[in-house]
Design a binder for this molecule. Structure first.
Ligand SMILES: NC(=O)c1ccc[n+]([C@@H]2O[C@H](COP(=O)([O-])OP(=O)(O)OC[C@H]3O[C@@H](n4cnc5c(N)ncnc54)[C@H](O)[C@@H]3O)[C@@H](O)[C@H]2O)c1
Length: 341
C-alpha cells in the first residue's frame, strides 16, 4: 500500500514514516520543509534500510499535489503538514488559517478528484477547548480553543465531518494527540525545532546541552499536585505506531465510511516539575530553571481517556517516562545542533 505523508519530514512525521516502512507500507513524503530538514528523511531511510520518495511542495499547491497523485498510485493519506506554534499563531493568525485550514481543503479536493478516500488527520487535544472536563473523551463536543492554532484544528475536524456527510466514500480518522516527546531509541532522529523551542522537552534538552541558560516554568500556583501544569506526555514512537494502528483499522473496516476520532495519550497527567525530576534522574543532568508568571491560555491540567484507541485500534502508549527522557537526551546529546551537519 502506498501512503502519502504530508509533513513527513517533521518531528512526528519522520518517526511515523519509519514505523510505516517497518510495517511494509510504501511512503511518499510531501513537505515544503518550512519547519524541517530533508536530512530527517535520509536518516529514516538509513534506519529502515528502505527508500522513501520525497517531493518538496506546499499543500496549497494543488497542481503539484495533483501531479503526485497521478505519478504515484496513492492509497491513503496521512496529513501532518501544518504550522504548530500556539504563541506564533496569535501573532500571524492568517498564515495559520491559510496553511492549516485552506491547505487541508486543497489536499482534500485533490484527494477527492483522484478518488483517494482514506485520510488520517493530525488533530490535537486542543480541540477539547477550555470548557470540557478532564479526562477528555471523544464523545465530548468540540470546544473553543484559545489560539488560532487550536481553532484551525477544530475547523478542520468540522470540515471532515461535513465532507463525510456529503461523500459516502470518505473514510477519515482524526487522531487527537496529547503531548508527544522523546525520539527514536537510536538517537538518530528526533525533534529539531527551528529557533527557540516552544515545547517543554526540547527546551529542557537544550538547557541540558548548554544551548540555553535556564528553563522558565510558567506558573507554580495552579491547583495541581505541585502547582505546575500537568500534561499527558507520550513517546513519539508510540504515537507513530498509533498511525500504523489507524491505517490497519481502516483496512480492517472496509465497510466503514465517515469520520472517527481517537485520543492518543497515556491517560496520565504529569507535571512540569515531575518532568524535570524524571529528566534529571534518567540523564544525571540538573536543569536550571526559574518560575515565571503563568502564560495566557495555558490550562492547568489535561489528559486523555485513551480507552477507545486501546480497544478499537489495539493501541496503547507503552513506553514509560524514563524511556522518553533517555531517548530525548540520546537524540539531543548526539545531535546538539539538530539536523545541521
Ligand atoms: N508536536 C506536538 O506536540 C503536536 C501535538 C498535537 C498535534 N500536532 C500536529 O501534528 C502535526 C505534526 O506536528 P510536528 O510536531 O511533527 O510538527 P513539525 O513542524 O515538525 O512538522 C510539520 C511538517 O509539515 C511541514 N509543513 C508545514 N506546512 C506545510 C505546507 N503548507 N506544505 C507542506 N508541508 C508543510 C513542515 O515543513 C514540517 O516538516 C501537525 O499537524 C501538528 O499540528 C503536533
Amino acid at each position: 500500500m502506498k501512503i502519502l505523508v504530508t509533513g513527513g519530514a517533521g518531528y512526528i512525521g519522520s518517526h511515523t514514516v519509519l514505523s510505516l516502512l517497518e510495517n511494509n507500507y510504501d511512503v511518499v513524503v510531501y513537505d515544503n520543509l518550512v519547519n524541517s530538514s530533508i536530512e530527517s528523511i535520509d536518516r529514516v531511510e538509513k534506519l529502515a534500510g528502505k527508500k522513501v520518495e520525497f517531493v518538496e511542495g506546499d499543500i496549497c499547491d494543488k497542481d503539484k499535489l495533483s501531479q503526485v497523485f497521478k505519478q504515484y498510485k496513492i492509497d491513503a493519506v496521512i496529513h501532518f503538514a501544518a504550522l504548530k506554534a500556539v504563541g506564533e499563531s496569535t501573532q500571524i493568525p492568517l498564515s495559520y488559517y491559510q496553511n492549516n485550514v485552506h491547505g487541508t481543503v486543497c489536499l482534500l479536493e485533490v484527494m477527492q478528484k483522484n478518488e483517494v478516500n482514506d485520510f488520517i488527520f493530525s488533530s490535537s487535544a486542543t480541540v477539547y477547548g477550555e470548557e470540557n472536563d478532564i479526562p477528555y473523551v471523544e464523545t465530548m463536543k468540540l470546544g473553543t480553543p484559545s489560539s488560532p492554532y487550536g481553532a484551525s484544528k477544530v475547523m478542520v475536524e468540522r470540515i471532515l465531518a461535513d465532507l463525510a456527510q456529503s461523500d459516502d466514500n470518505f473514510r477519515g480518522v482524526s487522531l487527537r494527540y496529547f503531548n508527544p516527546i522523546g525520539a527514536h531509541e537510536s538517537g538518530t532522529i528526533g525533534e529539531d525545532p527551528k529557533g527557540i523551542p516552544n515545547n517543554l522537552l526540547p527546551y529542557v534538552a537544550q538547557v541540558a546541552v548548554g544551548k540555553r541558560e535556564k528553563l522558565s516554568v510558567f506558573g507554580d500556583d495552579y491547583e495541581t499536585k505541585d502547582g505546575s501544569c500537568e500534561r499527558d506526555y507520550l513517546h513519539v514512537m508510540d504515537l507513530a505506531q498509533g498511525h500504523v494502528a489507524a491505517l490497519d483499522w481502516l483496512n480492517r473496516h472496509s465497510d466503514f465510511s465517515g469520520v472517527e476520532a481517537f485520543n492518543l495519550g497515556t491517560g496520565n497527567g504529569v507535571s512540569v516539575f515531575a518532568i524535570l525530576k524524571a529528566f534529571e534522574l534518567a540523564t544525571n543532568k540538573g536543569i536550571k530553571f526559574e518560575v515565571s508568571p503563568r502564560r495566557a491560555g495555558d490550562l492547568p491540567a489535561f489528559w486523555a481517556n485513551a480507552n477507545k484507541a486501546n480497544k478499537e485500534l489495539n493501541w496503547q502508549a507503552d513506553r514509560n517516562l524514563e524511556q522518553m527522557m533517555e531517548d530525548t537526551w540520546r537524540w539531543q546529546s548526539k545531535n546538539p545542533n539538530g539536523y545541521l551537519v
